[in-house]
Design a protein around this ligand. Structure first.
Ligand code: ADP
Length: 632
């Protein structure tokens, strides 16, 4: 993935590689946009070092020789005022040559390209995007004009150490180098003017602010006593994993600092739930809701999704998706169990009864947290909804046991106040239902505009019946599984007959005259196979025509999407409903044969277009339209 500009495979000379173009771009953006927040580099490097210690502790469970006789896992931070360097060192898992090449200098995460497409060059926005993206190691270049990384994989011989170096511009060098200690050392050659990071009190302040919760000691040298070359090492953090502390001992700032470490996020979390569970089994869960969705949340390929699993304070694995159902993949945090075996594998997690119980508790806690936000912190809840609403909707389908709970969290756009966005809950809808109204009515469409302007809404608008406007991609699928809420069945305004039995009282003829019957038959004759039937509409007041699907058929836009994706679908043709009161129909009725054909087609075609659908024969449509406009 890196482009080699010069290769000398047999000699231990450093190889020079060019950064992937994308990495270069990210680096450039980052250095500019994060400068005002430059101290975060330390948090990022300490976070990496802590992960490396976690990984080694886990590997050493099976083979303690990996510890290399140095079992006190720790992080050291050291400065050299003369050389103007700041070093962050860990005795964690380390990396071999292949791993350095793979991890440092490439950005494997799927979001990179989208990130770059969204990045605008506007510092503020870039800063936010970078925040979602997680910058990690590269943030060193905010304060350093050269970074040297020395590392050796735990258990590998001294000769297999690696030196990686870059000035952060376009290239890096990489070479094997003998190394006495395993683990990783990152040496920052500070830029002019960044001397504050050489001062011990600055470093202590930053560790206190960002890294206090890290479960390994972060050591700085004590100020040297007279006559000594260098001071002793002493920890600058509490070094007790945050989730193990009682809730009352943890400040919001500490929760947020820890979130940035486990969530790989630069922004604050939106909310969290922290529970110590004691009883049949003992475990701690600390669950966070991010404020913003990662760029790739809908693609479902974020390899970091899921929770971190610890067993008795020992990190076991990242992204333990067995602890979270797919529709809650945005939740970040930690589960630490006292009862699972330390050698638990992914396979074992899947079948384990304890895990199943933890998982259902995690789901309940997450939904309760969301419920609390919805009830007491509306603004937060709605900002959650705007980010993750479509993901949560998957839960309606996936998690039948919690469907009611999830349903209560859903928010929809609605004809009650279409411009308000997705703000109507089902409970709001039910409160506003009319006397005797049985169903919760909704329309699904390709996009919000098409939903809002759907001709199917006309009769509902006239009668003042509220309709939910659904236009997320997942909606049609979700509604297929959603039959009722609190005793009210869901009905699509675009499917089946609307069945208002009071339409006649409103002066609208449902029974059509023989001439009208004849007209419907003629239109149907022209359209042939395109439609299942042509009938007089009860739904329309302003539009001339609309398409109606059978109650159990897919909406047209959905059908079209699936067909494009190559799916074979059972044949189902729509019904064309026409508004016999519309002047267009009088025009059709009186047209001579050629014109009649054109107009009949157009009635059908405008119904397709109004749905946001696509015409099978757009050129034919244009020709018909032109013939009418030119009156030929
Ligand atoms: P992130 O930490 O967000 O994954 P980074 O760019 O900071 O992104 O690091 C990329 C990868 O490099 C890490 O996932 C890890 O595999 C490896 N890495 C970084 N720092 C260290 C370290 N101190 N020890 C071992 N591996 C590391």
């Amino acid at each position: 993935m890196t482009e080699k500009t010069q290769t000398q495979p047999k000699t231990p000379q450093p190889e020079t590689h060019a950064f992937q173009a994308e990495v270069r771009e990210v680096l450039r953006l980052m250095i500019h946009s994060l400068y005002s927040n430059k101290e975060i580099f330390l948090r990022e490097l300490v976070s990496n070092a802590s992960d490396a210690c976690d990984k080694l502790r886990f590997s050493a469970l099976k083979d303690d020789s990996l510890l290399g006789g140095d079992p006190e896992l720790r992080i050291e931070i050291e400065t050299d005022p003369e050389a103007r360097t700041l070093t962050i060192r860990d005795n964690g898992i380390g990396m071999n040559l292949a791993e350095v090449t793979e991890n440092i200098g490439t950005i494997a995460r799927s979001g990179t390209r989208q990130f770059l497409e969204q990045a605008s060059g506007e510092a503020d926005l870039d800063g936010k995007l970078i925040g979602q993206f997680g910058v990690g190691f590269y943030s060193s270049f905010i304060v350093a004009d050269r970074v040297t990384l020395l590392t050796r994989r735990a258990g590998a011989p001294a000769e297999e150490g690696v030196r990686w170096e870059s000035e952060g511009a376009g290239e890096f060098t990489i070479a094997p180098e003998k190394r006495e200690h395993q683990g990783t050392e990152v040496i920052l050659h500070l830029k002019e003017g960044e001397d504050e990071f050489l001062q011990s009190w600055t470093l202590r302040r930053l560790i206190g602010r960002y890294s206090d919760h890290i479960g390994f000691p972060i050591c700085l040298r004590k100020d040297a006593v007279e006559g000594e070359e260098q001071g002793e090492w002493e920890p600058a953090n509490q070094a007790s994993a945050l989730w193990t502390l009682p809730k009352t001992d943890i400040s919001d700032e500490e929760y947020q600092a820890f979130y940035k470490h486990v969530g790989h996020d630069m922004d604050d979390a939106l909310a969290w739930a922290h529970n110590h569970v004691e009883g049949a089994q003992n475990y701690v869960s600390l669950l966070y809701l991010p404020a913003r969705a990662p760029l790739d949340i809908m693609l479902q390929r974020d390899e970091r999704q899921g929770l971190r699993l610890y067993v008795k304070r020992v990190f076991i694995m990242d992204a333990a998706e067995q602890l979270l159902p797919h529709y809650l993949r945005f939740v970040r945090g930690v589960v630490d169990s006292d009862d699972l075996p330390l050698n638990v594998s992914r396979e074992l997690l899947q079948e384990n009864d304890l895990v199943r119980k933890i998982r259902s508790a995690v789901v309940r806690r997450t939904l309760d947290l969301l419920g609390r936000l919805a009830d007491h912190e509306q603004d937060k809840f709605l900002s959650f909804w705007d980010e993750f609403g479509p993901v949560l909707k998957e839960g309606v389908v996936e998690d039948t046991a919690n469907r009611e709970k999830i349903a209560a969290l859903l928010r929809f756009s609605s004809t009650h106040d279409p411009e308000a966005g997705q703000r109507t809950s089902l409970a709001d809808y039910i409160v506003r239902m009319q006397e005797g109204q049985e169903h919760i009515w909704f329309v699904t469409a390709e996009n919000f505009k098409a939903a809002k302007n759907s001709p199917h809404l006309e009769i509902f608008r006239k009668k003042g019946i509220e309709v939910l406007l659904l236009s997320d991609r997942i909606d049609e699928w979700m509604m297929g599984y959603f039959t009722e809420f609190e005793g009210h069945t869901f009905r699509s305004v675009a499917k089946g007959e609307v069945g208002f039995d009071d339409t006649q009282e409103e002066g609208k003829e449902v029974e059509s005259s023989p001439e009208q019957q004849d007209l419907l038959k003629r239109i149907s004759g022209v359209l042939g196979e395109e439609v299942a039937e042509v009938r007089a509409s009860q739904r329309l007041t302003d539009s001339a025509s609309c398409l109606v699907m059978g109650e159990h058929d897919l909406a047209l836009h959905m059908r079209h999407m699936l067909e494009q994706a190559g799916q074979q679908l059972p044949d189902s043709r729509p019904v064309l409903e026409v508004n016999l009161d519309h002047p267009m129909l009088a025009r059709v009725a009186s047209a001579e044969e050629g014109r009649f054909n054109d107009l009949a087609h157009i009635l059908y075609e405008q119904a397709v277009l109004a749905e946001g659908g696509q015409l099978d024969d757009p050129a034919g449509f244009v020709q018909r339209l032109n013939r009418i406009m030119l009156d030929v």
